[in-house]
Design a protein around this ligand. Structure first.
Ligand SMILES: [Zn+2]
Length: 420
């Protein structure tokens, strides 16, 4: 869709086929990475999250479906475009580029096929702030924004000290926030996102703000655990401050999170490349794990979603059937079946899409996964078992809004159009 498709009419903005009212007060959409339903509720029960407690009672609290694959980048891009990956094109962190035949990261903004809501709101006169934990998302989320003081900023906690007016529309971020740049593997990386969001809201009052955290805590700690409760207590404090500043706040998640280990605490892995090497001969098929990214320490590149490229001689239907007979396989679909069922871009999938059951993850070859960084029993995501996520707003649903299958990418619709 060309940028011209977005236009402001009577205080509304049309973008990617959806219409949004311009914000009447600053509207903050927050993607809590890996926030499986239960984290917030357990923290409330333990008395650690009074703001969440109040909002769940008096605001809007829905359960929504995220996009499958239930991974970070596809879902963040769905939230900020209002559309599934079939429209925006980002269906993993990592894929086989059909144009080059090479396996590459999908975080280059050139892979994004439509614009996000942010440039459209910017053209309508809104000031925009986008803050992410990891830098890998910043390029995609900030695409098309005119960055600069009084206009828009887009930066990450991870590289907060490297932010410049030219690249990020803001400089001296650690000084502004009053915190040092956190370690990339830490809860502090997400805390910095919130601290920066609150400071920017106090100082600049942007009309549209998007905050996106990292799932470092959720990969290691289940709902109700001490570390998880500490994390949600941290968030609760910052959210109360944004609320006090008059913001409409919408919270959702990119995906849920489940235990993926056996009774002994070992990752429960089906190594697909080894399996296909057995079935078709060594290296005839090529298994790609779209969870792969440069930050694999806390999940060892093990998730519940994989794609497989088959040799000409193999039939996708037959291989899918063979896979479905195995324990631990939730779905094995041909490219077209997967594209239709999960609203994915068919040209960026393999011949097969494989999804594991709730407790299981998919690997390539046992020899290619370094699991030495897994200091806790594996928790991960990627499948349909991690599709349920919270969709919460600190305002009440407007009267007469019919119930529907809520998606996490309804977050801006909810905050701008559907609440009082
Ligand atoms: Zn995530």
């Amino acid at each position: 869709m060309s940028p011209d498709s977005a236009r402001a009419i009577d205080g509304e903005v049309d973008v990617n086929g959806r219409r949004y009212r311009l914000p009447r007060q600053p509207t903050v959409v927050i993607c809590i990475d890996g926030s499986e339903p239960g984290y917030i509720e357990r923290a409330i029960e333990m008395g650690r999250a009074p703001w969440f407690g109040k909002v769940l009672e008096t605001g809007t609290s829905l359960i929504a479906d995220c996009v499958v694959p239930s991974f970070t980048n596809p879902n963040n891009l769905s939230i900020v475009t209002g559309q599934p990956p079939a429209v925006h094109g980002i269906c993993g962190n990592y894929f086989l580029d059909p144009e080059t035949g090479r396996e590459v990261m999908m975080n280059d903004p050139k892979f994004l096929r439509v614009e996000t809501l942010f440039p459209a709101f910017q053209r309508a006169g809104c000031r925009i702030a986008v803050i992410t934990a990891k830098d890998k998302l910043r390029g995609l989320l900030g695409k098309g924004l005119a960055l600069g003081p009084g206009k828009a900023c887009s930066f990450s906690s991870e590289k907060a000290d490297q932010a410049t007016l030219g690249e990020n529309g803001i400089a001296d971020v650690p000084e502004l926030v009053g915190l040092p740049v956190p370690d990339v593997y830490s809860a502090a990386l997400s805390a910095f996102v919130f601290a920066a969001g609150v400071r920017l809201m106090e100082r600049d009052r942007p009309e549209i703000m998007y905050l996106s955290t990292t799932d470092y805590i959720q990969h290691k700690h289940a709902p109700g655990s001490a570390a998880a409760n500490d994390f949600y207590a941290m968030m609760d404090g910052y959210l109360a401050r944004l609320d006090a500043l008059g913001c409409t706040i919408v919270l959702t998640a990119d995906h849920g999170m489940n235990d993926k280990h056996d009774a002994a605490g070992r990752p429960d892995v089906l190594y697909l490349q080894d399996l296909f090497d057995d079935w078709l001969g060594a290296a005839k098929a090529r298994v790609i794990l779209p969870i792969t990214d440069p930050y694999v320490v806390h999940h060892g590149a093990l998730g519940s979603f994989a794609v497989v490229y088959l040799p000409e001689s193999a039939s996708a239907e037959e291989m899918a059937k063979k896979l479905r007979d195995l324990p631990g396989i939730e779905a094995a679909l041909t490219r077209q079946e997967a594209a239709a069922r999960f609203e994915l871009p068919a040209d960026r999938l393999g011949d097969l899409v494989v999804i594991a059951t709730r407790q299981k993850v998919l690997g390539t070859s046992a020899s290619r996964h370094d699991l030495s960084g897994l200091t806790e029993p594996l928790r991960s995501h990627g499948g349909v078992s991690e599709q349920k996520v919270p969709l919460i707003c600190n305002r009440t649903l407007a009267p007469g809004i019919p119930s529907r299958r809520w998606r996490n990418f309804d977050a801006f619709d909810l905050g701008l159009n559907l609440v009082t």
